[in-house]
Ligand binder design. Structure first.
Ligand SMILES: [Fe+2]
Ligand SMILES: [Fe+2]
Length: 302
């Protein structure tokens, strides 16, 4: 009885959070009219981040249930963007080869089948690579993560629906000189009026990251590369497990909450949330003229 009361309270509080989060995160550019029904977005993106899939806490079955509900509730999704920490953790020094394989196997068998048929872009999170293996081992480092995620390189650019999409690898909370040079070259080659979606695991800039000490270092340098563009920039990230949205000039930052909340655990609030951000995902809509809209959708704990 007690448990069912608790679950009901959790459900009610999550419903309230859902309503609040939806209102808070609705955003349209101040200079543009709100989109109307006939004005369809060119991209409707499921932004999922920090799935941290693991065998414990019934995470595989719970994750499958959540993903099935997302796809049912948003049949208009035409792109999935996963900003990393796909598996619980491979990066710590004590993690064994078997544990890494176990987590990716669950990813392959429970997460990816639900998303089958949808185009997916992945970024690498800090918990995805394995560093504890012997030097030269094929499972150590970024190439193995790329292989498991089906991406050609840790950072890349693509184009969808008239939007340029750049996915960076800042999973070490920074970008190295090579990646920065590549980014500068890629941005220079873009038409200045092309809207840009930039995806990273660690936020370039976010209040969530400021609050929880988690933004990348050197983010100002990236902002200074993006700000001179005449077109809109939308920067999506995760990592903090706290949702916040900010605007700076032409750039809209959305650091979204984790699909796993408190890593599938009850967390401090006993409802799976992390520091008041519930488990959830975002639906990001992008219009051809650079308008954007991002809404965070909490999901029930169980
Ligand atoms: Fe994470
Ligand atoms: Fe992370």
């Amino acid at each position: 009885m007690q448990e069912s009361n608790l679950n009901r309270r959790n459900f009610l509080s999550l419903s309230a959070l859902a309503a609040g989060a939806t209102l808070l995160n609705m955003d349209s550019p101040a200079s543009a009219a709100a989109p109307v029904a006939a004005d369809a977005p060119v991209l409707t993106i499921l932004h999922m981040t920090d799935t941290h899939i693991r065998p414990e806490h019934d995470a595989p079955a719970r994750c499958q249930k959540i993903l099935a509900a997302i796809l049912k509730n948003h049949p208009d999704i035409n792109l999935v963007l996963n900003t990393g920490d796909s598996i619980y953790a491979a990066d710590y020094g004590h993690i064994t080869r078997e544990r890494v394989e176990e987590q990716w196997k669950i990813w392959d068998e429970t997460v990816m089948p639900l998303l089958k048929g949808l185009p997916i872009l992945h970024a690498i999170g800090n918990h995805d690579p394995w560093w504890a293996g012997p030097e030269g081992d094929a499972m150590v480092g970024y190439p193995y993560v790329c292989k498991r995620l089906g991406i050609e390189s840790p950072y890349y650019a693509t184009r969808r629906g008239g939007w340029e999409i750049i996915v960076l690898n800042n999973s070490k909370a920074s970008v190295d000189a090579d990646q920065l040079a590549w980014l500068e070259k890629t941005l220079t080659a873009l038409p200045p009026n092309a809207p840009l979606l930039l995806a990273t695991h660690v936020p370039i800039f976010s209040l969530a990251g400021t609050y929880d000490s988690g933004n990348m270092s050197g983010g100002k340098k990236l902002v200074d590369l993006l700000a001179p563009r005449t077109a809109a920039v939308v920067a999506l990230s995760g990592h903090i497990h706290i949702q916040s949205s900010e605007s700076l000039w032409n750039i809209r930052f959305h650091c979204n909450g984790a699909l796993s909340g408190s890593w599938w655990e009850p967390g401090e609030q006993q409802v799976g949330s992390y520091k008041r951000t519930p488990m959830g995902y975002a639906i990001v809509r992008l219009w051809a003229d650079g308008r954007s809209d991002s809404q965070y959708h909490p999901v029930p704990y169980k």
